[in-house]
Design a protein around this ligand. Structure first.
Ligand SMILES: *Cc1c(COP(=O)(O)O)cnc(C)c1O
Length: 429
């Protein structure tokens, strides 16, 4: 499969090149040249297949033969070494728990998959690759963990100082080896801007091979389509239409769900559940896309003012606004509403959600006011990753899972920076 840049001013290229570059030379996001629906029999018999088989069939057209079938199979097996439970909240709403991986974030799937792809390509490459990544919270930990110890890959993570939770910070600053953390005096958008600038800085790119592990990278973005398929497998016997409410920041997760839909997965509708960062909500009303500076909320992984994957969503809908509108609803919620939802989930259903999942739950409820479906909201992080916020709301202690416990007492190691030049010096030095 070849990939093209959505800015349409760069040559089409291979999967490997797209993964290693991250962003195309014209600064566009890569997109597959074609998406061929799977044979209907795949969905008819999906309940007889293992997660690994489903994932392999779903993604192979994008990757094989560049990565041979048997290697791809073992990459997938390695990536999916944990569970994806669907927990029924009530008759019409379920939670898809994506937090059972090593860093308890849904991003574990994409990060682990991408790391293994790069590791495979690096077997024949002589030049080290530097993965440069900006995080608003969970990306950093998942990427750090996924890439830890991968030969020929150095990872540099930028995160906004004081704006990620303690546990998130520990997860990305305590690993050492090939993982370095930079603490940026600024907000997430500042981190993302610095990363984007580095990718287009010839002085840097002449000297080193930089790539991204944000959802702009196809190897991180595409495998996220797996768990939409796993959910369908579990809920198929309900014989109800399924809609997904996805707490969205950079819109990579929801966009991967739309790729699953393009592959033939029967999904009735998508709901983009947002916090106060409502660029897409406004677009769906006004048809004008106006990025804004991000504002800080309690669902910090979604504090994104200019979601990078939205352009892929538009491409998936042939840049047809009416087609998009028929497939996507978008709502925005305040922190106050998010806290109330978290409490409601706890009081009415004894379900402990995290703030992002709670936003997803609100999206599910709003959609159900005028529509009939079974709505699955994505629980994108384990509640203990936002320990203070969650325990404050439900007034109950929650015990730390072992994945979290193990990093809590490690010593943080980061380098403070505040300008692009400091980042550049760090990378060159
Ligand atoms: C990254 C993240 C999101 C947003 O996902 P996108 O793919 O950027 O839309 C939501 N919740 C959590 C916990 C996250 O870490």
């Amino acid at each position: 499969m070849n990939y093209y840049s959505l800015n349409k001013k760069a040559p089409h290229t291979t999967f490997e090149d797209a993964v290693v570059r991250g962003l195309a030379p014209d600064k566009g996001l890569y997109f597959p040249e074609s998406i061929t629906p799977l044979d209907p029999s795949f969905f008819e018999t999906i309940e007889d297949k293992s997660n690994t088989e489903i994932a392999f069939e779903a993604i192979k057209q994008f990757i094989v033969p560049e990565i041979p079938e048997d290697v791809l199979k073992s990459i997938i097996e390695d990536t999916l070494s944990f569970d994806f439970p669907v927990v029924e909240i009530n008759e019409n709403i379920s939670s898809l728990e994506l937090f059972h991986g090593p860093t308890m974030a849904f991003k574990d799937v994409g990060a682990r998959f991408m790391a293994r792809c790069l590791g495979y390509f690096n077997k024949t490459n002589t030049k080290d690759v530097t993965v440069l990544v900006a995080t608003s919270g969970d990306t950093g930990g998942a990427v750090a963990n996924g890439f830890l110890g991968v030969k020929g890959v150095n990872v540099v993570i930028l995160y906004p100082s004081g704006k990620v939770s303690d546990i998130q910070e520990k997860q990305l600053t305590t690993l050492k080896k090939n993982i370095k953390a930079l603490e940026v005096d600024g907000v997430f958008d500042d981190c993302q801007d610095m990363v984007k600038k580095a990718f287009t800085d010839r002085e840097l790119t002449d000297k080193m091979q930089l790539t991204s592990a944000n959802s702009i990278n196809i190897a991180r973005w595409l495998p996220q389509l797996f768990y939409f398929m796993f959910t369908y497998k579990k809920l198929k016997s309900k014989h109800k239409d399924i809609a997904f409410s996805v707490p969205s920041g950079n819109f990579g997760n929801i966009c991967a769900g739309m790729v699953a839909q393009k592959l033939g997965l029967p999904i009735k509708h998508f709901i983009a559940a947002n916090n106060a960062n409502d660029t897409v909500v406004n677009y769906m009303i006004s048809q004008t896309y106006t990025p804004k500076p991000s504002v800080q909320t309690i669902s910090n992984a979604m504090d994104v003012g200019n979601p990078s994957n939205f352009i892929r969503i538009q491409e998936l809908h042939n840049n047809d606004f009416e087609a998009l509108k028929a497939n996507l609803s978008s709502y925005s919620y305040t922190d106050e509403e998010t806290k109330e939802a978290l409490l409601e989930l706890y009081n009415d259903y004894t379900y402990v959600a995290d703030p992002h999942g709670a936003v997803g739950y609100l999206g599910a409820k709003d959609y159900l006011k005028n529509n009939d479906a079974h709505v699955v909201f994505l629980e994108t992080a384990h509640p203990t990753k936002f320990l203070d916020i969650v325990t404050d709301i439900i007034r109950q202690n929650i015990s730390l899972p072992p994945q979290i416990e193990s990093v809590m007492h490690k010593k943080k190691k980061s380098t403070k920076i505040s300008t692009y030049d400091e980042l550049k010096q760090f990378l060159l030095g």
